[in-house]
Design a protein around this ligand. Structure first.
Ligand code: NAD
Length: 496
């Protein structure tokens, strides 16, 4: 069933798709020990794109051992300048093959090509940013007493297990890989079983860049046994996990029980997007449909709880509905605004929530049904779905649906909207729209979220820390914070 239009893909993309896939261990492409594979499927049309190796515990052992040996014998001896050059070279090769990476991301994940371009650009920027950090890993000195030199030195942790979700496969892999390498760690990278292709292609570029063998290893497979064998492996020193809160808590539990490895968890979200009546409504109108439905709602940071102050409620809701109706939906290769959901199982989960929302008395003002368009029938397409409801205790308001579904609600006062915004187990991101500096800064003080956007949404930069509070996670990615996540600091007392 060949439906993907291969003729518009780069030759390199097609060649890679047709090539046999392997695990990447010690700079070599190797078959999984059990010779077991699983399909990579295009969510836009159900086509099987490639067969992906399923790594079991034995393969994980090999990858971790390769990383450990590389750490002890190679990477630790590599000068910061050389590390920096290698990381930069990798980013250059990604720029060269940017179109291939975009195409792989689009057909494997479903996202539109221009959104995949944003992801690849962001990944490249991350490598360039952290290439600079490799030469700047400093400690501190402390003037404590006479005749003593007291200082700290920053050291790599060792073997880092990097576990990535399916919604931004390449970009999130880079958020982890770039600082981990710059800090001197060796890595075992595991993409989601739903989106392995761009990471495996990255492996070819890592090989071409000239990294010493074993510095980066890539294993593919699902949560159990691949991911679980990795996080419980005694030679892994660092776990960096991005994914659901449920799995993050499981991993944290395992870690507490067995290992006490350094751990960072970037988990789910259900972010409040708060619009006061003095907001610039044109700016709100240009942003709200994107902050609700970007990546078909499959993004942890999206503003899926929208609170609008009463005097402007009807106007803003109307604006959101109109703009959302205009969003085009289709196969990512045709560059629509929104692509499909990742798979049928996920679509069914989202549809169940919509059903629940209706039964709980939500007023469904847009969407809510799988799209019934002949050309899209084989994909997992669902259009923007908007509920109006004022009960914050409902599952559609409390749970992370991770699809194109938002709940809109009205509020009266600042105090009320703060209470409602904070009445969530999550605390990833938030946004406030107002012309009043005082309202904006009071919101910043009161909100329980790791990021606050004022009169904007979903802005990121490799230099700015990102990470959630409460059930949204532990630790930060990006910026100087990521350097702290991938190093340990040793205090030295030298009495002379
Ligand atoms: P998931 O938790 O199902 O899987 C994430 C990764 O963990 C995958 O690679 C998976 O194979 C692996 N995994 C699953 N079970 C495991 C186990 N027992 N041990 C080790 N590894 C295991 O999440 P998902 O469905 O891939 O991604 C969606 C979730 O990710 C959403 O909740 C979303 O909010 C979250 N997310 C968070 C951020 C952030 O930065 N906070 C960014 C993107 C996505």
């Amino acid at each position: 069933m060949a439906q993907t239009n291969y003729s518009i893909l780069q030759k390199k993309t097609v060649k890679f798709l047709r090539s046999k896939k392997h695990l990447f261990i010690n700079n070599q492409w190797v078959s999984p020990i059990n010779n077991t594979y699983f399909p990579a499927t295009n969510p836009a049309d159900g086509e099987v794109l490639s067969e992906i190796p399923l790594a079991d515990k034995y393969d994980v052992d090999k990858a971790v051992e390769a990383a450990q040996v590389a750490f002890e014998t190679q990477w630790i001896k590599t000068s910061p300048e050389k590390k920096s050059r290698l990381i930069w070279r990798l980013s250059d090769l990604m720029e060269r093959d940017k179109q291939v990476l975009m195409e792989l991301e689009t057909i494997d994940n479903g996202k539109p090509l221009d959104k995949a371009e944003y992801d690849v650009d962001s990944a490249i920027k991350h490598f360039k940013y952290y290439a600079g950090w490799a030469t700047k890993l400093e400690g501190s000195t402390f003037p404590i007493t006479q005749h003593s030199l007291v200082y700290t030195k920053r050291e790599p942790l060792g073997v880092a297990a990097l576990i990535v979700p399916w919604n931004f496969p390449l970009m999130i892999a880079t958020w982890k890989l770039a600082p981990a390498l710059a800090c001197g760690n060796c890595c075992v990278l595991k993409p989601s079983e739903k989106t392995s292709l761009s990471t495996l292609y990255l492996g070819t570029l890592i090989q071409e860049s000239g990294f010493p063998e074993g510095v980066v290893n890539i294993i593919t497979g699902g949560g159990i046994p691949t991911g679980s064998s990795l996080v419980t492996h005694p030679s892994v020193n660092k776990i960096s996990f991005t994914g659901s809160t449920k799995v993050g808590k499981q991993i944290n539990g395992l870690n507490a029980h067995y290992n006490l490895k350094n751990i960072s968890l970037e988990l789910g979200g259900k972010s409040p997007n708060v619009i006061f009546s003095d907001a610039d409504l044109e700016a709100v109108g240009n942003s709200l449909h994107w902050s609700s439905f970007y990546n078909s709602g499959q993004e942890c940071t999206l503003g899926s709880r929208i609170y609008i102050q009463k005097p402007i409620f009807d106007q803003v809701v109307e604006q959101l509905k109109n703009q959302s109706q205009k969003l085009t939906i289709g196969n990512g290769l045709d560059n629509p605004d929104l692509g499909p959901l990742i798979d049928r199982q996920h679509l069914d989960k989202v549809l169940k929530y919509i059903d629940m929302g209706v039964k709980d008395g939500g007023e469904l003002i847009l969407g809510g049904e799988k799209l019934n368009i002949e050309s899209l029938n084989k994909g997992n397409f669902l259009g923007p779905t908007i509920f109006i409801h004022d009960d914050d205790s409902l599952p559609i308001v409390q749970d992370e649906i991770f699809g194109p579904v938002v709940v809109v609600s009205s509020f009266d006062s600042f105090e009320q909207v703060i209470d409602r915004s904070n009445s969530s187990n999550f605390g990833l991101t938030s946004a406030v729209w107002t012309k009043s500096h005082s309202t904006a800064l009071k919101f910043v003080d009161a909100i329980n979220a790791g990021t606050v956007w004022i009169n904007g949404y979903d802005q990121f930069n490799p230099a700015v820390p990102f990470g959630g509070f409460k059930d949204s996670g532990i630790g930060k990615e990006m910026g100087k914070n990521a350097i702290e996540e991938y190093t340990r600091e040793k205090a030295v007392w030298f009495n002379y």
